[in-house]
Write a protein that binds this ligand. Structure first.
Ligand SMILES: Nc1ncnc2c1ncn2[C@@H]1O[C@H](COP(=O)(O)OP(=O)(O)OP(=O)(O)O)[C@@H](O)[C@H]1O
Ligand SMILES: CC(C)(CO)[C@@H](O)C(=O)[O-]
Ligand code: BAL
Length: 286
């Protein structure tokens, strides 16, 4: 595996793949890798001749009171994990390279980025869209893979890629990979390591309560009342705040107060101690 920490080194490595006629898939990450990330890498390997992974803890997607400084950083261990997965290229820029003196451009995706995490983390998706656009321009992959765990992020990136012609037309080059879960159902996340043993146990209530809510709504229960019951179940389990618990259209993320014909998603963000967890699941007709 080649590691590039400078843009010209990255470009030379990518050009060598291209000169050899090889396809390239990109897996963008913020590091602190777990099985969720490695599943994205394996999917990428199955789809392209070459795989590039980026590791960059992007400061512009963190709010002023969020965990930018505390966010886990373990570059050497991550590099070992990626090497073992057969990754070809690790792109690990620093903040000054990504945002040089005078950097002044922001990409903002209206609509799909506004509710849910966009409302509770103002500016978050501007930071995500801008850095992902830069990563696409730096690496110029044929395809990029993202986790469904960050469902709204995936929707924002798909919208941006279509709007800005970042990928080939008529090709779904932005690929979503189903959420990888722990044995008790908790979605894997780098932030799970912030949880104390007691909080970790209580955190499994999140996917459990979501599945119960889905069963009830699919059996005809009222959406609003079921969302209230879901919030209550989380608070009783030890969560301190539910940022949102709602059903939305899968693609537009418009909130729904009942299931209809279009595919829908249950989306939840909730805090336990100082840790904010998100999860989402399909509901209704697939
Ligand atoms: N459990 C998971 N299953 C599938 N994909 C995942 C999972 N966790 C993260 N990903 C995906 O990996 C990519 C990089 O995510 P990131 O590095 O932020 O990890 P994370 O575990 O989501 O961290 P965080 O705790 O910041 O949410 C994203 O596309 C994300 O959706
Ligand atoms: C897509 C991403 C790498 C952009 O910083 C980040 O939001 C993440 O890890 O999900
Ligand atoms: N996995 C999404 C990145 C973030 O929470 O900032």
């Amino acid at each position: 595996m080649q590691t590039a920490t400078e843009l010209d080194v990255l470009r030379t490595a990518v050009a060598a793949f291209r000169d050899a006629g090889e396809s390239l898939a990109l897996v963008p990450t913020m590091g602190a890798l777990h099985e969720g990330h490695l599943t994205l890498v394996r999917e990428a390997r199955a789809r392209a001749d070459r795989v590039a992974v980026s590791i960059f803890v992007n400061p512009t997607q963190f709010g002023p009171n969020e965990d930018l400084d505390a966010y886990p950083r373990q570059m050497e261990e991550d590099a070992r994990l990626l090497e073992a997965e057969g990754v070809d290229l690790l792109w690990a820029p620093n903040v000054a390279q990504m945002y040089p003196e005078g950097f002044a451009t922001t990409i903002s995706v209206a609509g799909v980025s506004e509710d849910f995490c966009g409302a509770t983390r103002p500016g978050h998706f501007d930071g995500v869209a801008t850095v992902v656009c830069k990563l696409f321009n730096q690496v110029r992959p044929d395809a990029a893979l993202f986790g469904e765990k960050d469902w709204q992020q995936l929707a924002v990136i798909r919208r941006m890629a279509r709007d800005l012609d970042l990928t080939a037309p008529h090709v779904d080059a932005i690929l979503g990979v189903p959420t990888v879960r722990e044995a008790d159902g908790l979605a894997m996340s780098s932030r799970n390591r912030y949880l104390s043993p007691e909080q970790r146990e209580a955190a499994a209530t999140l996917p459990r309560a979501m599945r119960e809510a889905i069963e009830r709504i699919e059996a005809g229960a009222d959406v609003r009342a079921t969302m209230q019951a879901l919030e209550q179940a989380l608070m009783e389990a030890g969560f301190s705040l539910v940022d949102y618990a709602a059903i939305a259209d899968t693609a537009s993320l418009t909130r729904l107060d009942r299931l209809g014909e279009a595919p829908a998603r249950l989306l939840v963000a909730a805090r336990i101690g100082g840790t904010r967890l998100i999860d989402n699941m399909a509901i209704g007709k697939a």
